[in-house]
Design a protein around this ligand. Structure first.
Ligand code: G6P
Ligand code: MN
Length: 446
């Protein structure tokens, strides 16, 4: 089986390759094609993967390609994880946001819309190319903002594109651990919403919902990250466990304040850290060790300003070990390739599961996956207090897609002005002008 990773020179590629190396089953991936625009990074990445494969029998072969069409030929699966405009672009979004008093994070609010407007033309071109070069391939989209990008790509690829994120299962895993339990075949997680905007509404173990039990135990709630972020009192009032990205909504003022006080934004921090990493890894005799150290640092500092604003301390040891992102991707790929029925939380067209949203809206919900793809399980339930937010943010996503696909500036302005994290039309207009002045690639908006 052949896997093509678009954005394969990206930092998280070794996580996926490590998971592939662990897979010893028949029908596993035997060849990996890395596609990237950056030749130097591809070369360094190939050295890191070679170090990972050292001593492993029948490790998947790795090829590198700067020509996407060539890398896509013959792919059974395509992983798409690209960052249009790089971390520099992400850093600009944060600064433009802060300059106008709004959060510029890469997937929520202004940052999410601006990043999507840069990304959409490229991912649509990619979707067309995949359709031409590998028409039977399944596409697993990691590119952020993942829900919106998946919805746009589904216009070309239909149900062959599936979006993934590690945050829902990460939340479920931490909550189960607080109850002394683990994710397993006997566990069914109820989750509903959009990407980076959803809630765990049930943790059923052998058919018994254990969430009410957790909600009765404040100390257990505050034993894990999201519990500390939102506080046990608020989580008990909600009666559901919010995705960590909802913190930007429920504590927008505090997070903004903490972002304003920080000496560097997240992207600025990562830009320096990653530049150092690529330089060191390019020269190091053992680039794998350099990568591992950089990965640990990246996990340790994840969402630091949110944690600061909530007065939380360091992250827990178990949250620094990876096993989210790549595990969801590999589980999804195996379920489709081997027709192994599995239950996974994925970004797919709604198809009636949230009964008040239309069928084509991409939502993040539990799905049954088999050889025919991902099928949302009927009856996903967004808590009542979340309905308005989900409806509004879906509207924002769709106006963003409309702007990205048609070049409509009014649609881009509608998206920004209606976003719950942007508090005036004047500010929305100033943000759009700021983004257009900063990013030449947004000149298509007229
Ligand atoms: C989580 C999110 C991803 C996001 C990543 C960002 O895993 O679910 O969507 O890409 O964190 O982390 P970063 O290190 O880039 O801030
Ligand atoms: Mn995510």
């Amino acid at each position: 089986m052949r896997l093509t990773m678009v954005g394969g020179g990206g930092f998280r590629t070794p996580l996926v390759y490590a998971a592939l190396l662990r897979d010893r089953e028949p029908g596993r991936v035997t060849s990996v094609a890395l596609v990237d625009t950056d030749d130097d990074r591809l070369r360094t990445m190939a050295r890191i993967l070679a170090a990972q494969a050292d001593g492993v029998d029948d490790a998947p072969t790795v090829t590198t390609h700067t020509d996407a069409a060539e890398g896509l030929r013959g792919a059974d699966f395509v992983f798409s994880a690209i960052r249009v405009g790089g971390l520099e672009g992400r850093a600009h979004d944060e600064l433009i946001g802060l300059a106008h008093g709004v959060i510029g994070q890469e997937t929520v609010g202004f940052g999410g819309v601006s990043y999507a407007l840069r990304t959409l033309p490229t991912v649509m071109h990619l979707a067309d190319l995949i359709k031409r070069m590998a028409p039977d391939a399944w596409v697993i989209n990691f590119t952020n903002p993942a829900g919106l990008v998946t919805e746009a790509m589904s216009h070309v690829l239909g149900n062959r594109v599936i979006g993934i994120c590690d945050s829902p299962i990460g939340l479920a895993r931490r909550a189960l651990l607080a109850l002394g339990l683990e994710v397993g075949p006997d566990v069914e997680v109820d989750y509903a919403g959009l990407n980076h905007l959803g809630w765990v509404t049930g943790l059923r173990v052998d058919g018994v919902d254990r969430l009410p039990e957790l909600l009765e135990r404040p100390r257990q709630i505050e034993s894990f990250e999201e519990g500390r972020l939102f506080g046990a009192e608020w989580i008990r009032i909600l009666g559901a466990l919010p995705n960590e990205y909802l913190h930007y909504y429920s504590s927008r003022r505090e997070v903004l304040h903490s972002d304003q006080l920080a000496s560097r934004t997240r992207a600025r921090y990562l830009l320096e850290q990653q530049n150092r990493f690529w330089e060191d890894a390019g020269r190091a005799p053992s680039p794998l060790a350099v990568w591992e150290a950089a990965r640990l640092d990246r996990e340790t500092t994840y969402m630091a300003t949110n944690r600061d604003s909530a007065g939380m301390g360091e992250r827990d040891e178990e949250d620094l070990v990876s096993g989210g992102y790549e595990d969801v991707a590999i589980a999804l790929m195996r379920a489709i390739a081997h027709d192994e029925r599995s239950r996974l939380i994925l970004n797919v067209p709604n198809a009636g599961t949230i009964d008040w949203l239309d069928d084509d809206a991409v939502v993040e919900v539990p799905c049954i996956v088999d050889a025919a793809g991902a099928h949302p399980i009927a009856g996903a339930r967004v808590p009542d207090f979340g309905r308005g937010l989900v409806t509004t943010v879906k509207y924002v996503e769709r106006q963003t897609i409309l702007a990205g696909l048609s070049g409509s500036r009014p649609a881009a302005l509608r998206a920004l002005a209606h976003h719950p994290l942007i508090d005036s039309v004047q500010v929305a207009r100033a943000l759009l002008d700021g983004a257009r002045a900063t990013f030449p690639e947004l000149s298509y908006l007229a």
